[in-house]
Design a protein around this ligand. Structure first.
Ligand code: 5GP
Length: 249
């Protein structure tokens, strides 16, 4: 058996997908023969508006897998712990098994999407400091906006865990804003998910144009999933352009 290393972790290089344990809108999760590791497969399926809009973005899975790999490595080099272990193939990523905290953290630098709608604001206003939101990850309730009191009442995270999540989220924002800026992209907003792994909070899920709003710095053209949500056309080209810029040294 070939052995690979990633930080403190040792894993088999011929890791196989065993049982499908979860299928979400954009990804599938599989057990492996190591109880601490899973394989995350990135699909081309795209959904929006509580999955009332469905479609396919050709090669999205391949692009999001590569982008997420690049960004997870960037973040872990900046002392943010993540579930990423290794990209195994075009669509498969080896990850640490975590217990997902059912709270989506959104960080906003510019008014768009949900915030524009919630507060009746024009899109594009620059926020003086980043805005953090929590949404309860519950499809049947349409991922409602919640606050820390709701989180404690629901019992889904402790005060200490939430402090850690907040600290990581703002730090991730600073790292990613700078990174995307160097690629000619504005990081408008993004969504993060965290999990528990061996008693620690770590970043999970993915970071890609599915989960971030990215605008071209010069033209403000949208280069993210809003092209699919709003039928703007050129969806595949936008994802490809983000990958091209991110991978260019
Ligand atoms: P909004 O709340 O404005 O709809 O979304 C804010 C940011 O979080 C956007 O970058 C959006 O792509 C991301 N986001 C929020 N909820 C979800 C979700 O359920 N799935 C995905 N893929 N992204 C989300």
């Amino acid at each position: 058996m070939w052995i690979g290393y990633s930080g403190e972790l040792e894993f088999s290089l011929d890791m196989q997908k065993l049982k499908l344990i979860y299928e979400g809108k954009a990804k599938k999760l599989f057990d492996t023969d190591d109880p601490e590791l899973l394989i995350q497969e990135f699909k081309d399926d795209a959904t929006a508006f509580d999955a009332t809009k469905r479609g396919t973005i050709v090669n999205k899975g391949v692009i999001n897998n590569k982008l997420s790999e690049r960004i997870f490595i960037l973040l872990s080099n900046n002392h943010i712990p993540t579930h990423f272990v290794k990209r195994l193939s075009d669509r498969d990523m080896l990850i640490k098994r975590v217990e997902i905290i059912p709270v989506e953290v959104t960080i906003r630098n510019i008014v768009a999407g949900g915030m524009a709608k919630l507060l009746g604001l024009e899109e594009g206003g620059v926020l003086k400091s980043p805005v953090l939101e929590y949404h309860y990850k519950e499809d049947k309730l349409h991922d409602p906006l919640i606050n820390e009191y709701h989180i404690f009442w629901l019992g889904v995270a402790t005060g200490k865990e939430l402090d850690r999540i907040k600290k990581y989220s703002f730090k991730i924002n600073e790292i990613l804003k700078k990174f995307f800026d160097s690629k000619g992209l504005i990081l408008v907003d993004f969504k993060l998910e965290f999990g528990r792994c061996k008693g620690k909070i770590i970043l999970a899920d993915e970071i890609s144009p599915d989960t971030c709003r990215l605008w071209d710095k010069a033209t403000k053209e949208k280069l993210d999933k809003d092209r699919f949500r709003r039928d703007l056309g050129g969806v595949e080209d936008a994802y490809q352009e983000v990958l091209r810029r991110v991978m260019k040294e």
